[in-house]
Design a protein around this ligand. Structure first.
Ligand SMILES: Nc1ncnc2c1ncn2[C@@H]1O[C@H](COP(=O)(O)OP(=O)(O)OP(=O)(O)O)[C@@H](O)[C@H]1O
Ligand SMILES: Cc1cn([C@H]2C[C@H](O)[C@@H](COP(=O)(O)O)O2)c(=O)[nH]c1=O
Length: 205
């Protein structure tokens, strides 16, 4: 069994960071491989610069900056870590771009041109009721420009579109949608583990 590359995706405030952390813990040692947690934008100087510039960089400029950070992430960290036999769990990946830069005015086809060559992963989409996500965002002291632009409802809709796009036979990504409504994080991670175990049953999918 080779090491797994898993992305945790979902609207802002859906629980990605919480679930990605717990999932990395559960995957550590799974099938004999250690697990490494990462995130996008990366914690490199360039990733930090992109994150800090989100209020000012817009549309194509922001999408290209994220793609450059992702290219560096894939080449310098994700592929070497998988090659060393460790699972990689990332908090956000290509699907975040398919949603956030669409909110920022780009068409999906253009966003895909900037992302089409990146390594595929197994994607886990966290979904919840828009009002649950909205109440979490309302409890925060600060909101980013994209959070203020795209409502949870709109992010959920664009994530559904991204999942449909990547399910097309031309792309064929392994993707799972997890309904988090009313469920505690450990229960959500149990379901993700069950799905990851199924993915590798010969003949499945
Ligand atoms: N299943 C859950 N049930 C209840 N609360 C949750 C659940 N998952 C996450 N939370 C809480 O919701 C808030 C947002 O979670 P988190 O920061 O993990 O979301 P996120 O999707 O990573 O957000 P962002 O997109 O801004 O990075 C946190 O306060 C977290 O404790
Ligand atoms: C991966 C990705 C990220 N962004 C932006 C959106 C937010 O400003 C941050 C992510 O912060 P969070 O704490 O994880 O919510 O990065 C983006 O614009 N495009 C992307 O593809």
């Amino acid at each position: 069994m080779t090491a797994e590359f898993v992305a945790v995706e979902g609207p802002t405030g859906s629980g990605k960071t919480t679930i990605a952390g717990l999932l990395a813990h559960r995957l550590n040692g799974w099938r004999g491989h250690e697990a490494v947690l990462t995130a996008e934008p990366t914690r490199s100087p360039f990733g930090d610069l992109v994150r800090a510039s989100e209020w000012m960089l817009q549309g194509r400029a922001l999408a290209l900056a994220l793609a450059a950070d992702r290219a560096h992430h894939v080449e310098s960290m994700i592929i070497p870590t998988l090659d060393s036999g460790k699972h990689v769990i990332t908090d956000r990946y290509v699907q975040s771009s398919m949603v956030l830069h669409r909110i920022d005015g780009l068409e999906p086809d253009e966003i895909w041109t900037y992302n089409q060559y990146f390594l595929q992963c197994t994607t886990v989409y966290l979904v919840d009721r828009p009002e649950v996500i909205a109440s979490r965002l309302a409890a925060r002291s600060r909101a980013t420009r994209l959070e203020l632009t795209g409502t949870p409802q709109r992010q959920l809709e664009y994530y559904r579109d991204a999942a449909a796009f990547l399910a097309h036979p031309d792309h064929n990504w392994i993707q799972h949608t997890i309904d988090c409504y009313g469920r505690r994080p450990p229960e959500i991670v149990d379901e993700i583990m069950r799905l990851l175990n199924q993915d590798r049953i010969p003949g499945h999918l």
